[in-house]
Ligand binder design. Structure first.
Ligand code: FRU
Length: 477
C-alpha cells in the first residue's frame, strides 16, 4: 500500500518506513541543519538501532538522506544508540554515539555493555573511527554502571576543546550525568559527576543536554521510571529541565529551579542546537516509551519529531516558542475579535488539521468568571480531541480519548497554568497527527499525538458561563 501524502505529517519529520525514536546529532553543518534519529528501517517497532538522517534549510521542510550509521561493528553490533554531532575545525562532521553490545554476564544474565564511539563524515557519508570506543568502563568513576552509560551530548568549548555529558547509573542504581573533556573530540577524559538525581525525578536519566542560555546553565534530561508528582511530573517517562549555575573548574552544577519541559503526553529525549543566528533550538521525539505502541501494527511507519522550539529563560523559567521559520508557512488568515459566547459555537473558516491557531480567552462577564472553556478539534461525528480549562482551578487539560486510538493507554494530561480572572493565551500547532499547545507565550507546552482520520478537521468552542475570545487562525502550507 502506498502511503498517501495526507497520511503523513506535513512539516514534522517522520520516518518514511520503519520506526523512529530520539533525535540525534542535531546540528548546523555546511549550510544546512542536520537531524539524525534512532531508526529501525526494518519494522515499525523498536529494533536494531541505525542513525536515520535528514537535512533542512528551515527546520520544517526535511529531505531524507541515506541512513548514516548501521550497527555493524564489534563494538556496536546491538545498536548505534543516541548521541550528538559537532562541526570540526578541519571541516569534518563528528558524530558521537553509544555503541551497544549485549553480553552474557557472570550471573548468566544478558545485559547491554554501553560505550561511547565517534564517526566522521562530510554530511552524507560517515566512517566510524578506527580507535572506537572512545569512552568505556575504564573511564567511569568507581561503581558506575557499564550497562547504563549512554547518549553523549558534545559541544565545543570555543577554545578548540570539547566537552560532553553522558547519562549513567550510579552505584546505588540512581541516575547521574557525567562530564568528560577532550582536546580534539576523539581523545576523552573523565572530568566530574555533573549532577546526580539520587532517586529524585526517576531512576535513570536519559539523553542529557547542557548549555548556557540567557546567562544561566540549563541541564535537560529525560527521566525514566518517574513516580508521578502532582501536575508537574506525571509521565513514567518524562522530561526535566534544571536551571542553575555551573562551576567549570570543578565541573559541578548547582540547581536553582526544576520544571517539566513538556506537560503533555508525547514528548521525550529532547536535544538542542545553536542556529547560525544564535538561537538555542530544541527538538524532541514526539512520542514516549509509555505510549509508542499505540498505532495499529499494519502501519508502515511510526515516529515523528516535535516542532523545533526556540528556548529562552524568563523569570527563571524555561520558555519555548515554535521556531519563527513557521511563520513563513502561514496562509489564509481568519481572525475574530471579541466573540462572546456561553454554549457551543463554530466559526466560519476556523477548521483544519495543519494549522497555527492563537486563542486569547477571558471572562465574558463583568461580575463572574466562567466555569469552563473548551476547544474541540480534529473533530467529526465520531472523533474529537479537546483542550479544556477550568479557571477556578487554573487547570488546563488535554484529552485525546476520542482521538482515534482504541489502544491509547494515556488519554489525558492536566497541568496547572498561570491565569488571572479566567485569562489564558493558547497557541495550537496542528499537523495532522499531533497538537502542540504553547501556553501563555510559551511558558508551558503540552504535546499530544492524535490518531484521528486526517479528514476530521472540525473545530468548535464551548463555554460554561460567559467567555470572550479572540481567535487568529492560519493554514500552514
Ligand atoms: C531514549 C533512549 C536512549 C537510547 C535510545 C535507544 O529514548 O532509551 O537512552 O540511547 O533511546 O534507542
Amino acid at each position: 500500500k502506498m502511503i498517501r501524502k495526507e497520511e503523513r505529517p506535513e512539516f514534522h519529520l517522520s520516518t518514511r518506513t520503519g520506526w523512529m525514536n530520539d533525535p540525534n546529532g542535531f546540528s548546523f553543518y555546511n549550510g544546512k541543519y542536520h537531524l539524525f534519529y534512532q531508526y529501525n528501517p526494518y519494522e515499525s517497532k523498536w529494533g536494531p538501532m541505525h542513525w536515520g538522517h535528514a537535512v533542512s534549510q528551515d527546520l520544517l521542510h526535511w529531505e531524507y538522506l541515506p541512513a548514516a550509521m548501521a550497527p555493524d561493528e564489534a563494538y556496536d553490533r546491538d545498536g548505534c544508540f543516541s548521541g550528538s554531532a559537532v562541526a570540526l575545525p578541519d571541516g569534518r562532521h563528528l558524530l558521537m554515539y553509544t555503541g551497544v553490545v549485549r553480553q552474557r554476564q557472570d550471573d548468566g544474565e544478558y545485559r547491554d555493555i554501553q560505550t561511547q564511539c565517534v564517526a566522521v563524515g562530510d554530511g552524507m557519508d560517515y566512517e566510524k573511527y578506527e580507535a572506537n570506543p572512545v569512552l568505556d568502563k575504564t573511564d567511569l568513576p568507581e561503581g558506575s554502571s557499564v550497562h547504563d552509560f549512554r547518549d553523549p551530548k558534545i559541544w565545543s568549548n570555543g577554545d578548540g576543546t570539547y566537552s560532553c555529558v553522558v547519562a549513567n547509573r550510579a552505584a546505588d542504581g540512581t541516575g547521574q550525568i557525567l562530564l568528560f573533556t577532550s582536546p580534539d573530540g576523539f581523545d576523552w577524559k573523565f572530568k566530574s559527576v555533573l549532577d546526580a538525581n539520587r532517586g529524585r525525578f526517576g531512576l535513570m536519566w536519559e539523553c542529557p543536554d547542557f548549555f548556557l542560555l540567557d546567562g544561566k546553565w540549563v541541564l535537560l534530561t529525560s527521566p525514566q521510571d518517574m513516580l508521578p508528582e502532582g501536575f508537574e511530573y506525571h509521565n513514567g517517562n518524562g522530561t526535566l529541565c534544571l536551571i542553575g549555575d555551573y562551576d567549570g573548574e570543578t565541573g559541578t552544577f548547582a540547581e536553582h529551579h526544576n520544571q517539566a519541559i513538556d506537560y503533555g503526553i508525547d514528548f521525550y529525549a529532547s536535544q538542542t542546537t545553536l542556529t547560525p543566528d544564535g538561537r538555542r533550538v530544541m527538538i524532541g521525539w514526539m512520542q514516549n516509551w509509555d505510549t509508542c505502541s499505540l498505532r495499529s501494527p499494519e502501519e508502515k511507519w511510526l515516529g515523528q519529531m516535535s516542532i523545533p522550539r526556540e528556548l529562552s529563560i524568563r523569570d527563571g523559567r524555561l520558555f519555548q516558542q515554535p521556531v519563527r521559520e513557521l511563520e513563513s508557512m502561514r496562509a489564509n488568515k481568519v481572525a475574530y475579535h471579541d466573540i462572546t459566547f456561553s454554549d457551543v459555537i463554530t466559526l466560519d473558516g476556523i477548521q483544519g488539521r495543519t494549522i497555527d491557531m492563537e486563542l486569547s480567552i477571558r471572562s465574558g462577564s463583568p461580575d463572574s468568571v466562567y466555569q469552563k472553556f473548551a476547544v474541540r478539534f480534529a473533530q467529526n461525528d465520531q472523533y474529537q480531541t479537546a483542550l479544556s480549562f477550568r479557571p477556578h482551578e487554573s487547570v488546563l487539560k488535554v484529552d485525546r480519548k476520542f482521538s482515534g486510538s482504541r489502544r491509547a493507554i494515556i488519554h489525558q494530561r492536566r497541568s496547572l497554568v498561570n491565569s488571572k480572572n479566567g485569562e489564558l493565551k493558547l497557541r495550537m500547532i496542528l499537523d495532522r497527527f499531533s497538537v502542540e499547545v504553547f501556553i501563555n507565550d510559551g511558558e508551558q507546552v503540552m504535546t499530544a499525538i492524535m490518531y484521528t482520520d486526517p479528514l476530521a478537521d472540525g473545530i468548535s468552542f464551548f463555554a460554561d458561563g460567559k467567555v470572550t475570545m479572540d481567535v487568529v487562525k492560519y493554514d500552514l502550507i
